[in-house]
Design a protein. Sequence first.
Length: 121
Amino acid sequence: MAGEKIINKNNKLSSAALKIITSLMQEIFHGEINLIVQNSCLIQIERNEKMRLVDISKYAAYHKKTQHIDYTPVCEKIQQEFSDLAFGNIAIIIKSGKVTQVEKTEKYRFSDFTGMDGEGI
């Protein structure tokens, strides 16, 4: 990872960023990973993990299996959603150690907006 850029401006996540995201998907049992995008560039990765006491006994068994899970289809979906996003975020929802959902929230920025009477917002 040394020397490789995590920020990539050609509408594609770098391999270093995907490696971090995959690592987080392996570590989280319940929670979500948020990818924050500005100007078509990944600027931040947020991790939100929930520890459910009823599932404590399942954590050890889960962490033994995570090395064998293929995250390629999920990474391809994340890459696809990222390529179309200029501003917004991508949320990766994880429940019981499985990625259950990938959500994209797109935001639009308006540089100048003029009302009917010439006033700005």
